[in-house]
Design a protein around this ligand. Structure first.
Ligand SMILES: [Cu+2]
Length: 179
């Protein structure tokens, strides 16, 4: 019994030590690079501005910023929408509409940069990568075409949102702030 207790105590110390080591190494990581690189947006109709519809549609965006490689890789999933025409990252705060900064997917005639993936019709998942050449603006709001750093700064400031546009709702059917 005595030796069993001793083993249990030793194990507890070892586990505690591991937890402490993990905690301190993650603290070191975050101080070495305090800039956030993984962002998510939960898209619903309720986030649209102006709020004009109740929709069963919903979506999720995950975006990973790689400063060194100068690219944002993303995965956009959505469901229960009308016919999707295009999807973007826009410059703007919550409940505030702004211009298009980059395409996430597009249909024909949307004017999207070459290489923009095609939007799944009414639901599905699309993945892609935004490189500096895919940053289209909005120049009128201070983000020049190709200004990757300005887009990333806006994302980190919480001032960008993802929007999915449909044929029935050209202004956007679901939307969510990147954070
Ligand atoms: Cu849009």
């Amino acid at each position: 019994m005595r030796s069993f207790k001793l083993v249990a105590l030793t194990t507890a110390i070892a586990v505690g030590g591991t937890v402490a080591a993990t905690a301190s190494s993650s603290a070191a990581d975050s101080s070495a690079s305090s800039r956030q690189s993984v962002f998510h947006a939960r898209l619903t109709g309720y986030e649209e501005d102006p709020l004009v519809l109740s929709t069963a549609g919903s979506g999720m965006l995950k975006a990973v910023v790689n400063d060194k490689a100068q690219e944002i890789s993303y995965r956009l999933t959505y469901a229960k929408l009308g016919t999707v025409t295009q999807s973007h990252i826009h410059f703007g705060g919550r409940a505030q509409s702004g211009g298009v900064s980059a395409f996430l997917c597009a249909g024909p005639g949307s004017g999207a940069p070459a290489g923009t993936p095609v939007c799944p019709a009414t639901g599905g998942t699309v993945t892609g990568t935004i490189k500096p050449a895919a940053v289209v603006g909005p120049a009128g709001q201070g983000i020049a075409p190709g200004d990757f750093a300005a887009l990333v700064a806006a994302i980190r400031a919480g001032k960008t949102y993802a929007n999915v546009h449909t044929a029935a709702h050209p202004g956007g059917e679901i939307r969510g702030q990147l954070r």
